[in-house]
Design a protein around this ligand. Structure first.
Ligand code: 5AD
Ligand code: SF4
Length: 347
């Protein structure tokens, strides 16, 4: 095994230069994936946690250059699912598919006030599941209110730690505020999820190494990566899509440095590669987020084109997934799948 991988497996610490080696072609792809798979098995086992994703509003006040939901995109049908219907969708997913976590995701839609969100959270939590929110930048008070209402986790991707690249691709947004939000999330008591896009214009291997070191510094509980897939109704429509292999490498390197966290095999990976999620699951990932949004809404939640499984019913997506999980000798997690912090090298 390459000495840098050997070091990562034993110490879970690498310098930026060493990380860059892991992310570049210097170390064969398969070796990096295999090392991450070993660490995944050692720290989080063979269970794959399924988190049922409900995309409850595609209305967004932001204008991210890569995203199909951006405010200036007039080519999509906007929708917003009312609180009681969100609660009903969650209830059905929990009962029909035995899911142990519900993830509520939306654009930054101000209709969903703290009161409305807390009402939704309290009602879903009656079903004895973990609840994750992925609804963007809020205040510390709001994050605390969600936690007090029963929410367990929150996903907020930094997208990139390279401030210049961030500002170019997320016009009108503040990079400092995004970092602040991640700190507030930590202070609120919620589990903190983050992650990056792979393939933003101007992004480098160096900055991806910085991203991983940043996630290690903030002690993130979950990290997800998506290769950027250009959307035809956005300013980035003509850029090449992000590299699938690089996204997997970054994900595998993250498993090596943050061995006990939750890492999803993301839908964007599956969209770019027909076997993308399975490759991810064999390269460090231990989570999948099956979409349980009603089919009628789902087609309009087009962050990027070709989002895998659009048009399938939740049950069909779920059954397919379980089959895939068993086919690679893994099991479906029966717990809520919180991060179980493991003392490094004493496990
Ligand atoms: N390709 C891939 N991922 C995207 N996201 C938004 N637009 C795209 C795209 N074109 C991701 C962002 C965001 C998450 C919800 O979706 O990283 O955080
Ligand atoms: Fe809105 Fe999120 Fe899309 Fe940005 S990435 S436009 S914040 S939905």
């Amino acid at each position: 095994m390459h000495p840098v991988l050997q070091k990562a497996i034993v110490t879970h610490h690498l310098s930026k230069e060493e990380l860059i080696q892991v992310l570049s072609d210097e170390i064969p792809f398969e070796e990096v994936c295999a090392a991450a798979d070993t660490i995944r098995k050692k720290y989080v086992g063979d269970d794959i946690h399924l988190r049922g994703l409900i995309e409850f509003s595609n209305i967004c006040k932001n204008n991210c250059c890569y995203c199909g939901l951006r405010r200036d995109n007039k080519n999509i049908t906007r929708y917003r699912i009312e609180p009681d219907e969100i609660i009903e969708t969650a209830k059905q997913a929990i009962q029909e598919l035995s899911l142990k976590t519900i993830v509520l995701q939306s654009g930054e839609d101000t209709y969903f006030s703290t009161d409305r969100l807390c009402y939704i959270i309290q009602n879903i939590k009656k079903h004895n599941v973990a609840l994750t929110l992925s609804i963007g930048e809020k205040s510390l008070e709001e994050y605390k209110a969600y936690h007090a209402a029963g929410a367990d986790r929150f996903l907020l991707r930094i997208e990139t730690t390279d401030k210049e690249v961030y500002l170019k691709n997320d016009p009108g947004m503040s990079w400092e505020n995004r970092i602040q939000c991640l700190n507030w999330l930590r202070a609120s008591g919620l589990e903190v999820g983050s992650g990056s896009l792979i393939g933003l214009p101007g992004q480098t291997i160096e900055s991806l190494a910085d991203d991983i070191l940043f996630f290690q510094k903030i002690d993130a509980d979950m990290i997800g990566y998506g290769p950027l897939i250009p959307h035809p109704d956005t300013p980035l429509k003509n850029i090449p899509h992000g590299s699938f292999e690089l996204a997997i490498r970054v994900m595998a390197a993250t498993r090596l440095l943050l061995p006990d966290i939750n890492i999803p095999a993301t839908t964007a990976m599956e969209t770019l590669h027909p076997n993308g999620q399975i490759i991810a699951l064999k390269s460090g990932a231990n989570v999948i987020m099956p979409n349980v949004t009603l089919t009628a809404y789902r087609k309009n939640y087009e962050l990027y084109p070709g989002k895998s499984n659009t048009g399938y019913t939740p049950k069909k997506s779920y059954d397919e997934l379980v089959q895939k999980i068993h086919a690679i000798g893994r099991s479906v997690g029966t717990s809520c799948g919180y991060r179980m912090k493991v003392k490094k090298n004493e496990s």
